[in-house]
Write a protein that binds this ligand. Structure first.
Ligand code: PAF
Length: 281
């Protein structure tokens, strides 16, 4: 694995590879790697000749009272995981390399930046748009891979990618879960023993809503029941059902529904989602 810290050197290397008709895929991360990240990388390996992974804890996507300073920085462990997977290129830029000027762009993200996580984390998705655009400018991959746990982020990345002039194909990987159903996340390691025990109930409650719905039970009432359950051990931010295509509200013609949830266990904010199809549509 070759590691680059310089954006210019990495860009040159990738141009060189693409000139030789090699297909390059890109998996941006903030480190703290786990099986969920590795699944994205394995998918990238299947789809391309060369895989580039970045590790960069992006300050602009953290709010003032969020966990930027305590966000896990586990570079050595991350590098060994990347080596086990035989990743070709690692990019570990500094903040100055990503943001050489203080004059940062502000993105118009429309409706997607008014709902769900955007309400509790104002400015978060603008920060994601800043870093992803900058990373795409540097790497110019043929393919970029993102996880579906951050579903709203994925929708926003699709939107910014549509507004770009290059032809990057964004693909996604389903959520990877622990054995008890908890969606894998770098932030799971913050959880106390009791919170970790309770955290598995997030997915159980999402599954409960889906099961109820497919049995014909009214969605609003099973969402309410799940909200009550989740509120017993966590501070619920939101639990909503939306159209998986564009995150608009559902109606009785919506064929694919996504349940999205964010909740705080102690200080730790966890998100999860579950997609399912309406029967007979
Ligand atoms: O999903 C993440 O890990 C981050 O939001 C991303 C896409 C790497 C941007 O910093």
């Amino acid at each position: 694995m070759i590691t680059y810290e310089s954006a210019e050197d990495l860009s040159l290397k990738i141009r060189h590879l693409q000139d030789k008709s090699l297909k390059v895929s890109f998996v941006p991360t903030m480190g703290g790697l786990h099986e969920g990240h590795l699944a994205l990388m394995k998918l990238a390996q299947q789809k391309s000749d060369v895989v580039v992974v970045s590790i960069f804890v992006n300050p602009t996507q953290f709010g003032q009272n969020e966990d930027l300073n305590k966000y896990p920085r586990t570079l050595e462990k991350d590098i060994s995981l990347l080596e086990t997977l035989d990743i070709d290129i690692l990019f570990t830029p500094s903040v100055e390399e990503i943001y050489p000027s203080n004059d940062l762009e502000s993105y118009e993200l429309g409706f997607l930046d008014t709902i769900l996580c955007a309400k509790t984390r104002p400015g978060h998705f603008n920060g994601v748009a800043q870093v992803v655009n900058r990373l795409f400018d540097i790497v110019h991959p043929d393919i970029a891979v993102f996880g579906e746990k951050d579903y709203q982020q994925l929708m926003i990345i699709n939107l910014i990618n549509k507004n770009r002039k290059d032809d990057i194909k964004v693909i996604s990987h389903e959520i990877i879960r622990e054995r008890d159903g908890l969606a894998m996340s770098t932030r799971n390691q913050y959880l106390s023993f009791d919170d970790r025990e309770n955290a598995k109930k997030i997915y159980q409650n999402l599954l409960g809503i889906k099961t109820d719905f497919l049995r014909g039970i009214d969605l609003d009432s099973s969402i309410k029941k799940a909200k009550d359950n989740l509120s017993q051990f966590s501070k619920l931010d939101y639990l909503e059902a939306r159209n998986s295509k564009d995150l608009t509200d559902i109606d009785n013609k919506t064929d694919e529904i996504i349940l999205l949830c964010a909740t705080y266990l102690g200080e730790t904010r966890l998100i999860d989602n579950l997609i399912f199809r309406r029967k007979n549509v």
